[in-house]
Ligand binder design. Structure first.
Ligand code: HXC
Ligand code: NAP
Length: 290
């Protein structure tokens, strides 16, 4: 039994969950798939034999994955894309179909976020986050969903956050967008269930990434405060979250749709800690049978 207080290393619980070659011949699109969690998801799919395409705004953010793919003999491609632009997304989906074939799997992982009190949030700030998270997820789901419907099926996995249903002070834009993605996922899951396209969500608690560090916990002190609020006492490993995504998009989950899987070390349960373990306030009753 591995120690749950230690995050696992690559390689790779994500890929090891599934048999070798489980994704051979599949075309997989991971938005923002060159950094953070997206990078781990891309590596997992590629290690299982898929062709993995990682669209994002900046080619520099795709370089590490493309370099690793070259070195390991994985099938991979980058593409410069802003998911907020519906026409760009449509052109990108056409390019994927013509260069790689219709997509079998889409992971909507790209996101933008920063901490800002609601009363000081400009309309542009609100739109920036809603545009990436809510609009971008819909544009990609629509274009790649059409390909999946036409080719007989596929799987979409949307990365949300547990504050989609708990709410979270300081990130009203992101929480609202993720809540929208959750409702979108369930709606599409129902709409496409009879035509072979599954739509699920994974809701991670906090994990380390450059984007999160820069925008959400810029100091060690804030990071430590957030970390210590997690009942398991640590952040998620990106690997651990990626493993859930791979599993949901694989044939092992072919009957799973409209689900949202929380992987947050217990954080969204609230503290649930009114008493210390073992604490007792009533006198132990004498029992004749002990
Ligand atoms: C207040 C801000 C701001 C901040 C940007 N804005 N940062 N307002 N506080 N810290 C405002 C700007 O002033 C501007 O409004 C508007 O937002 C758009 O800003 P741009 O810089 O033009 O935006 P853009 O280039 O489109 O960049 C998008 C971004 C940026 C979302 C602002 O943060 C980004 O690219 N993020 C990607 C990486 C990331 O965020 N990763 C974290 C994922 S973690 P005005 O009015 O001035 O024009 C996550 C879940 C964590 O999502 C869950 C933890 C449990
Ligand atoms: P990250 O490394 O900052 O990743 C964000 C990615 O999205 C980047 O690769 C970025 O690439 C891409 N992106 C941003 N805006 C884009 C746009 N307009 N068009 C296309 N791509 C865009 O963040 P992360 O922490 O790994 O987050 C990954 C996912 O997990 C997100 O959905 C996030 O909300 C979720 N999540 C994170 C945490 C956490 O603690 N980190 C917790 C819960 C949920 P470019 O800059 O090149 O565009």
């Amino acid at each position: 039994m591995s120690d749950p207080s230690e995050p696992p290393a690559f390689p790779s619980t994500a890929a090891a969950l599934l048999p070798d070659g489980a994704m051979e011949g599949r075309v997989v699109v991971v938005t923002g798939g060159g950094t953070g969690l997206g990078l781990e998801i891309s590596r997992g799919f590629a290690a299982l034999g898929a062709s993995v395409i990682v669209p994002s705004r900046s080619p520099e953010n795709q370089a590490a994955f493309l370099e690793e793919a070259r070195a390991r003999g994985w099938k991979a491609a980058g593409y410069q894309l802003d998911v907020r632009e519906s026409a760009e997304v449509r052109r990108f989906a056409e390019w994927v179909a013509s260069e790689h074939g219709p997509a079998d799997v889409l992971v909507n992982n790209a996101a933008g976020n920063f901490v800002c009190p609601a009363e000081r949030m400009s309309a542009n700030a609100w739109r920036a986050v809603l545009g990436i998270v809510l609009d971008g997820t819909f544009y990609c789901s629509k274009e790649f969903g059409k390909q999946m419907l036409a080719s007989g099926g596929g799987a979409i996995c949307n990365i949300i956050a547990t504050y989609a249903w708990t709410g979270m002070a300081g990130v009203t834009h992101s929480a609202s967008a993720k809540a929208g993605v959750l409702a979108m996922s369930k709606s599409l899951a129902i709409e496409w269930a009879g035509r072979g396209v599954r739509v699920n969500c994974v809701a991670p608690g906090p994990f380390e990434s450059d984007g999160a560090k820069q925008n959400l916990w810029p100091s060690e002190e804030v990071e430590e405060r957030i970390r210590s609020s997690v009942p398991m006492g640590r952040f998620a490993g990106r690997e651990e979250v990626a493993a859930q995504v791979l599993w949901l998009c694989s044939d092992a989950s072919r009957y799973v749709t409209g689900a949202d899987i929380t992987i947050d070390g217990g954080l969204s349960l609230g503290s649930g800690k009114m008493w210390e373990p073992g604490e007792r306030f009533t006198r132990k009753r004498e029992r004749s049978d002990t």
